[in-house]
Design a protein around this ligand. Structure first.
Ligand code: ADP
Ligand code: MG
Length: 337
């Protein structure tokens, strides 16, 4: 049965460890990623893609700093929007090409996405997320004075700006995303966790100097588009308990209660696996059918129930076997879905 699937792409879907981030490198990685996503579309699913942007927005911030003598630097929210456009454009090209190869006439569109945060969020009192270039102490002091930035010394490597990472509250463009998805297009949205905005006087939206976790934003997106499945694709096939420690155990099917218990025991690291598990839990607690955490290359197998860390919600109880047309066996080019 066709599903609406939100696919959250991790950093490795766009840039591999050790790469500098040339256009060619990123295009090639995204081409590989697009092949996996196209297979979901070919299986008849409605697909919404979201993605991280850490290295990309980092490079854009370096360009702002290095170019600041020649052209005015843009603020963080604008840099985030730039990264959404750039990555979305590459995904449109690569996914478009894959879909044509499969004989599918499915449009792909990127929507610059704003995500509402609450200015009262405790995260604003304690900025934790390092962004952008490393600075000398002198330059760091200048930036603190000129822009009011918060700067932290980073393990002897220099000074770095830190920004808050507030919880995402709502996806501003959700209604338009829903209608574009309903039209049959593949939508790319909420890249980099979305551009954080606060609701100001008279309901106007104002960009905020912060970074939203992309997995938590993916959950909001999945909820607001009414997705059946949230699949978080990263560089490990499953989440583990006792990760990289004696007794390491990779997790397959989990109940909500089991996952919450492991989370409470501190098995999932903050800033990496932690937000993925939290996003998965929020999704199924909010009525989602299935949340999956797996690696990019195992996406289809995980949807088919063959691997990945999978958490099912109550909605999935009566829907056993829906995986049948999906997965390695059921892979097909579904013309005129
Ligand atoms: P992404 O770019 O996909 O968000 P992250 O680096 O943020 O990637 O998160 C994936 C990483 O989480 C893995 O590479 C792994 O090192 C780390 N990790 C932390 N805790 C766990 C755990 N309990 N099980 C599996 N991986 C974990
Ligand atoms: Mg991450």
């Amino acid at each position: 049965m066709p599903k609406t699937i939100v696919v959250a792409l991790g950093g490795n879907a766009i840039l591999q460890p050790g790469q500098r981030g040339t256009a060619a490198e990123q295009y090639e990685n995204i081409a590989v990623t697009a092949r996996q996503i196209a297979r979901m579309v070919a299986d008849g699913h409605r697909v919404v893609v979201t993605h991280g942007n850490g290295p990309q927005v980092g490079n854009i911030l370096i360009q702002q700093e290095e170019g600041s003598a020649a052209v005015p630097p843009m603020p963080l929210d604008v840099c985030g929007a730039m990264s959404q456009g750039f990555i979305g454009y590459y995904l449109q090209q690569c996914l478009g090409r894959e879909l044509v190869t499969l004989g599918l006439d499915v449009p792909v569109a990127t929507i610059v996405t704003q995500v509402v945060v609450d200015v009262g969020d405790a995260a604003f009192q304690n900025p934790t997320k390092p962004v952008g270039p490393f600075y000398s102490e002198e330059r760091a002091r200048e930036l603190v004075a000129a822009k009011g930035w918060r700067m932290k010394e980073d393990a002897g490597r220099g000074w770095r700006r830190v920004v808050p990472s507030p919880d995402p509250r709502g996806i501003v463009e959700a209604p338009v995303i829903r209608s574009v998805v309903a039209s049959g297009a593949v939508v790319i949205a909420s890249g980099g966790g979305g551009v954080p905005v606060a609701v100001g006087e008279g309901g106007h939206l104002l960009g905020v100097e912060a970074v939203i976790d992309k997995d938590l934003a993916a959950e909001r997106l999945a909820c607001e588009v009414g997705a059946d499945v949230l699949i978080i694709l990263t560089d490990v096939e499953k989440a583990a308990v006792n990760y990289r420690q004696p007794g390491e155990t990779w997790l397959g099917e989990l109940t909500l209660e089991q996952a919450r218990a492991y989370q409470a025991q501190g098995h999932f690291q903050a800033g990496s696996m932690g937000p993925k598990v939290e996003a998965a839990l929020r999704f199924v607690e909010g009525g989602g059918e299935l949340a999956v955490i797996t690696s990019l290359s195992r996406a289809m197998a995980a949807l088919a129930g063959e691997t990945g860390t999978r958490i099912r919600g109550a909605a999935a109880a009566g829907a056993a076997g829906w995986e049948a047309p999906v997965g390695e066996q059921g892979y097909r080019a579904a013309r005129g879905r």
